[in-house]
Design a protein around this ligand. Structure first.
Ligand code: NI
Length: 201
């Protein structure tokens, strides 16, 4: 998984260098991240038409907001932009490793095992719960320069891409949690209303 991410990051390094911002929590222009209960999180996101400087500006803004909140992934709807754009950085403390920018991502196949792993989300701060997802994916997308890319991913990277892609359909990880009683306890503890969950099972 680490190797996969390293090679993927290397390959995309030149492209994403055009949107790189300094890492770290001290960000001058971070945006407000919407939280569970906000309608913004439940809107389906539109495909990005032309990838241009405005798209890259949005990606930079998302990266700043993600680093400020100490996250490893962010989808555009989380800052109120209903567009199919994701940023991911599994190495937010490693200045040399470039982030990933995925525009209009599409899953072609998923496989491997179904794995349960604890997830969190910047839109549901403080809540961490087990979610089952496939361990491997094959994903195509456009990079920050608008060029088509297709990659296989597994481990944490695959999970992170699937989690962020859910945001593009208005789905949140809590919708996928099967342990309802733990979910309700966690949400109540962190001050969230369970009525904002839309269970998928
Ligand atoms: Ni999330």
């Amino acid at each position: 998984m680490a190797l996969d991410f390293a090679s993927l990051a290397r390959q995309s390094g030149r492209d994403s260098s055009s949107v790189r911002v300094p890492k770290g929590p001290d960000q001058p222009d971070s945006r407000v991240i919407h939280t569970l209960g906000s309608d913004e999180l439940r809107q389906p996101a539109r495909r990005v038409g032309k990838v241009d400087e405005a798209t890259r500006d949005l990606a930079r803004s998302m990266l700043r907001s993600m680093y400020a909140a100490r996250g490893i992934g962010l989808a555009a709807p989380q800052i109120g932009e209903a567009l199919q754009l994701l940023v991911i950085d599994l190495d937010p403390d490693e200045a040399a490793n470039p982030p990933l920018v995925l525009i209009n991502p599409t899953i072609h196949a998923s496989g491997g095992e179904l794995c349960a792993y604890e997830e969190g989300c910047l839109s549901i701060p403080g809540v961490y719960l087990q979610v089952v997802r496939p361990s491997r994916i094959d994903v195509s997308f456009r990079d920050a320069m608008g060029r088509p890319q297709r990659r296989k991913a597994d481990g944490l990277l695959a999970r992170c891409i699937l989690h962020e892609m859910d945001h593009l359909s208005g789905v949140l990880f809590v919708d996928r949690v099967s342990d309802r009683s733990t979910l309700e306890t966690e949400l109540a503890d962190k001050g969230f209303d369970r009525d904002h969950v839309r269970p998928m099972t």
